[in-house]
Ligand binder design. Structure first.
Ligand code: PFF
Length: 449
C-alpha cells in the first residue's frame, strides 16, 4: 500500500506544506491576543523556550512516526503496537481534526466577510462602537457567515481533490511565500506609525516580574496549537516524505518559520494598537474588531484591510487543507475509497459541523453542553484536551514503547545523517516532553486553580 502512495515532490514543497499547516489563525489571530493578555515580551520569551524545548522535539516525533509507518495517522499507531491504549491514539487525532475543522472553518470564513467589506467600502466611516456592533451582529446572523463557511469548505475541498502534489504542495508553494511577503509589507507600514516604539517595546522589552505560572502555561499551550501538534497532521504529512528528507532540519525550519510569522503578526499588530490607544489585552476580538478599526483610520485603509484579511484567509486555508488531508487519508485508506469519494465524505461532514458551529453563535446559542455552545465546546475540547493529550501519548509511546534503535535509525536516515542531538532527542521524548505537556494539560483543565 505504501508504495502506491504519492509523495511530496520537492523539499521546498514539504517545508511549505508543513509551514502552511502550522501557520494559521493560531499565529495571526491567537498569538497576538495571547501575548497581549500575558504581558507581551515576557510571554514571548517563554513562548520561544516552549517552541525549542517542547515544540521542536514533538514535531520531530510526529515526523519520525509518519515516515516510519508511511500510512494515515490512525493506522500508523495500529501498525506499530497492539497496546489497547496506544493503538487508539491515531483515532484521537483524526477526531480532533474533524472537530477543529468545525470551528476553524467558521473563523476562516469570517475573513472573507472582512475582505468583502474592505472591497465594498463599508469599513471606512464607522466609529469604534459600530465596528464592534457590526462584528457581533455578523457572527450571530444565520445567513452571511454560513455562506462564507461553505465557500471555505468548497475551496478546501477543491485543493484536496488535487491530491498531495498537485493540490496541497502546489497551493502551499505559492500561498506561503505570498503570505510572508504581505506580512512584511504590512509590518513595514505598521512600524512607521507614531506609536510604533511603544508597541515594539511591549512586544520585545521583557518585564520579568510579569512571568507567572499562568503565563508559562499559556505560552506552552499556544506553542502546541501553533505548531499543529497532537492531531496527527505532521504524522500524515511525513508519511509522504521521501526517505532522504532530513527530519531534524525540516522540523526546525518549520518551527522557526512558524515562530517568525507569529513575531511578524505581533510587529504588525502592537504598533497599531499603541498608536490608536487600544488595550492590548482585548482578547479574541483583537483581529476582527480592532484591526478594521485601525485600518479605517489609515490612508489606503481599505487596501490594507483587504491585504490583511486575504493573508489571514490564505493562512487558514493551508491549515485547513492539512486537517482535511488527515481525515481524507484515513477515510480513503481505511474504507478503501478513492481519494475523491473520501474527500467528498469529509467535506460534507465538515460542512454540516461548521454550519452547526456557526449557528451555535446565533439561533442555536441556547443549546449548550457544560455551559458552552457548540462553537466554544469544539474549540475547548480540541485545543485544551485532545491536542495536549495526543502529543503526550505520542511522546510516551515513542519514548517508552518503541525500540530506541528504531527511532535513531529513522531520525538519522539509517545513519546517513550525522545528528549530534539524536540521543538527547530520545531523552526529550521519554521525560521532558511528557512531564511538561502533562503540566499544560492539567493547567488547561483548570486543576491548578
Ligand atoms: N496550527 C494552526 C494555526 O496556528 O492556526 C492550527 C492547527 C492546524 C491546529 C492543524 C491543529 C492542527 F492539527
Amino acid at each position: 500500500m505504501s508504495d502506491s502512495r504519492t509523495q511530496f515532490k520537492s523539499k521546498f514543497g514539504i517545508i511549505m506544506a508543513s509551514v502552511g499547516s502550522a501557520v494559521g489563525l493560531g499565529n495571526i489571530w491567537r498569538f497576538p491576543y495571547e501575548a497581549g493578555q500575558n504581558g507581551g515580551a515576557a510571554f514571548l520569551i517563554i513562548y520561544i523556550v516552549c517552541v525549542l524545548v517542547l515544540g521542536i522535539p514533538t514535531l520531530m516525533a510526529e515526523m519520525t512516526m509518519g515516515r516510519m509507518t508511511q500510512t494515515n495517522s490512525a493506522r500508523a499507531f495500529r501498525k506499530m503496537t497492539q497496546s489497547p491504549v496506544f493503538s487508539k491514539v491515531g483515532y484521537l487525532g483524526v477526531l480532533a481534526c474533524v472537530l477543529i475543522m468545525g470551528f476553524y472553518t467558521v473563523v476562516a470564513g469570517w475573513t472573507f466577510e472582512y475582505m468583502w467589506e474592505a472591497v465594498s467600502g463599508t469599513m471606512t466611516d464607522l466609529s469604534a462602537e459600530q465596528f464592534t456592533a457590526n462584528f457581533n451582529s455578523f457572527v450571530v446572523s444565520p445567513f452571511r457567515p454560513l455562506f462564507w463557511t461553505i465557500l471555505m469548505v468548497v475551496l478546501t475541498h477543491l485543493i484536496i481533490l488535487g491530491g498531495v502534489q498537485k493540490g496541497i504542495e502546489r497551493a502551499a508553494k505559492w500561498m506561503m511565500p505570498m503570505l510572508f511577503l504581505l506580512l512584511v509589507v504590512l509590518c513595514v507600514y505598521s512600524v512607521m506609525l507614531p506609536g510604533a516604539s511603544a508597541g515594539l517595546e511591549f512586544l520585545f522589552k521583557p518585564d520579568f516580574s510579569k512571568i507567572t505560572s499562568e503565563v508559562v502555561l499559556s505560552a506552552m499551550g499556544q506553542a502546541f496549537f501553533s505548531l499543529s501538534l497532537g492531531a496527527g497532521v505532521m504524522i500524515t504529512y511525513a508519511s509522504y516524505f521521501d526517505n532522504d528528507v532530513n527530519i531534524p532540519r525540516t522540523a526546525t525550519t518549520v518551527a522557526l518559520l512558524d515562530t517568525s510569522v507569529a513575531f511578524l503578526a505581533g510587529i504588525l499588530i502592537f504598533p497599531a494598537v499603541f498608536t490608536f490607544g487600544i488595550e492590548p489585552t482585548q482578547g479574541p476580538n483583537l483581529v476582527f474588531v480592532t484591526l478594521p478599526n485601525i485600518f479605517a483610520q489609515l490612508p489606503m485603509g481599505s487596501v490594507l484591510a483587504f491585504a490583511f484579511f486575504l493573508l489571514l484567509a490564505l493562512a487558514s486555508i493551508t491549515s485547513l487543507i492539512s486537517l482535511h488531508q488527515v481525515v481524507t487519508a484515513y477515510v480513503a485508506e481505511e474504507f478503501k475509497l478513492s481519494n475523491r469519494k473520501a474527500a467528498l465524505v469529509v467535506s460534507c461532514t465538515i460542512a454540516v459541523l461548521a454550519v452547526l458551529c456557526s449557528l451555535s453563535l446565533g439561533v442555536l446559542n441556547d443549546i449548550r453542553v457544560g455551559g458552552l455552545c457548540m462553537f466554544d465546546l469544539m474549540d475547548y475540547v480540541t485545543a485544551k484536551i485532545m491536542m495536549p493529550l495526543g502529543s503526550l501519548l505520542l511522546c510516551l509511546f515513542l519514548g517508552w514503547k518503541v525500540e530506541k534503535s528504531k527511532i535513531l535509525n529513522e531520525i538519522t536516515n539509517y545513519g546517513t545523517l550525522r545528528w549530534r542531538l539524536a540521543k538527547t532527542f530520545v531523552v526529550m521524548l521519554k521525560y521532558v516532553v511528557p512531564i511538561l505537556v502533562a503540566l499544560v494539560f492539567i493547567n488547561e483543565l483548570g486543576l491548578f486553580e
